[in-house]
Design a protein around this ligand. Structure first.
Ligand code: HEC
Length: 124
């Protein structure tokens, strides 16, 4: 009986160590994702539809809005999507980005393809 338990224990230990090594070996994988061939629309009706979707349907401001401006946002004002929230979800903390057109702190320097890939198609 002791030998069987020892064998089972050794097998379990081997399994756990093997799993840990496998998981650790996949921690820093990189994937090459091509940029979608898209261009932002300039038609005012399409731009307005996008504004409506972002502000009302997709709820982007819930995460990307500034928490200090939440009251104004809830009162219906269009606050800048400058980020500021911290989601503390163990084991990590997540910070929605500043997605204003600011070239330094926002996404003003992103190409249309980079924005589409980041926000709309791949989520990263
Ligand atoms: C549930 C919360 C949440 C919602 C809702 C959300 N986002 Fe995000 N978004 C994030 C987080 C968190 C990141 C940062 C991810 C990271 O750093 O890897 C992010 C990243 C981005 C980025 C990439 C910015 C960069 O600097 O790389 C863009 C663009 C973006 N979001 C646009 C949008 C749009 C447009 C919407 C609405 C359609 C939206 N997000 C809705 C949480 C959210």
């Amino acid at each position: 009986m002791k030998k069987v338990l020892a064998g089972l224990g050794a097998a379990l230990l081997l399994f756990v160590v093997g799993l840990a090594v496998y998981v650790a070996s996949r921690q820093h994988l990189k994937f090459s994702v091509p940029l979608p061939a898209v261009a932002a629309a300039t038609d005012p009706a399409v731009v307005e539809r996008g504004r409506y979707v972002v502000r009302n349907l997709a709820s982007c401001p819930i995460c990307h809005g500034d928490p200090k401006q939440m009251e104004r946002a809830q009162a219906g004002e269009e606050v800048p999507l400058s980020g500021g929230f911290e989601f503390n979800i163990p084991p990590g903390k997540f910070y929605p980005s500043n997605i204003t057109p600011d070239p330094e702190t926002g996404i003003g320097r992103f190409s249309d393809g980079e924005i589409a890939r980041a926000a709309l198609r791949r989520g990263a």
